[in-house]
Ligand binder design. Structure first.
Ligand code: PAF
Length: 275
């Protein structure tokens, strides 16, 4: 596996190589990321490329950009074991040599709700860096985790609307044995918070169970779920049940997804469960 830090070096390494599969990350990797890399590996005989870049554009000023863990050496060791061929780890000056004035602005109806409502500009930051990384890596396949459900949807829509010749594959969320969705931010949690964090997925499952049990007062179901988390010390941003297709209101007979974001102590966690 080769580790490259510049765009020129990566382009030279990849010249003439087809069937590229790409997994963009912000590093501090865990089993969830490695599963995406293995999925990429299985999807192509060509090179598998992972990027590691903590993208300032997708953080709000009060968020954890500065303390986001940078663990390049360990990440590279893990990536090699998962079958990655190239790690692209640019520094900020390489990816943003000047202020990134051109941005990719996703449609408001998709990007201004849920995560985008509570983290304004987040999906513009994500879309901009992913579009730029796509231009650099020029993959035929790219793999994104379903843990970031809305992000996956935003990327799929960007690829479709911009006619990018890339197949987007969604990877299932990896969970601990107890059900906690793996996340780089779990590392911020104390042991007691880790135990409490299980309540997030349990709350989503309970919301789905009530809907599937025939309850149809959605506002009430969502309010109960929010109250349940608040009662246990969480500061929830949202707990909602939506249809998978476009994250619109649930419709009978259509596949659904329950999504939540909530702060536990100083750590903001997100999760979702398809139904
Ligand atoms: O999901 C992430 O880790 C990031 O949002 C991504 C896709 C690597 C863009 O910075």
């Amino acid at each position: 596996m080769k580790i490259v830090h510049t765009i020129a070096e990566l382009r030279a390494e990849l010249a003439g190589k087809t069937g590229r599969a790409f997994v963009p990350t912000m590093g501090n990797l865990h089993e969830g990321h490695l599963a995406l890399v293995r999925q990429a590996r299985a999807a192509t005989p060509g090179p598998v490329i992972a990027s590691i870049f903590v993208n300032r554009l997708q953080f709000l000023p009060h968020e954890d950009f500065d303390r986001y863990p940078r663990t390049l050496e360990n990440d590279c060791r893990l990536l090699e074991g998962a079958g990655c061929d190239y790690v692209f780890a640019p520094d900020e000056r390489e990816l943003y040599p000047e202020q990134q004035g051109y941005k990719v602005q996703p449609p408001a109806e998709l990007a201004d709700m849920l995560e985008g409502h509570f983290r304004p500009g987040f999906f513009t930051g994500v879309s901009t860096v992913v579009h730029k990384l796509f231009n650099i890596v020029q993959p035929q396949i790219a793999v994104f985790g379903k843990k970031d459900y809305q992000q996956l949807m935003v990327i799929r829509r960007m690829v479709a609307q911009m006619a990018l010749p890339i197949e987007i594959i969604g990877g299932e969320t990896c969970r601990s044995e107890q059900g906690l969705a793996l996340s780089s931010r779990n590392g911020y949690l104390s042991d007691a918070e880790k135990a409490e964090a299980l309540r997030l997925s349990a709350t989503l499952r309970a919301l789905i169970a009530r809907w599937q049990g025939g309850e149809r007062d959605l506002a009430q179901l969502e309010a109960d779920a929010l109250r349940h988390l608040s009662a246990h010390g969480w500061q929830p941003d949202y707990v909602v049940l939506r249809r998978q297709r476009d994250l619109g209101s649930p419709v009978e007979g259509e596949p659904l997804v329950a999504l939540a974001a909530a702060k536990l102590g100083a750590t903001r966690l997100i999760d979702n469960i398809e139904a």
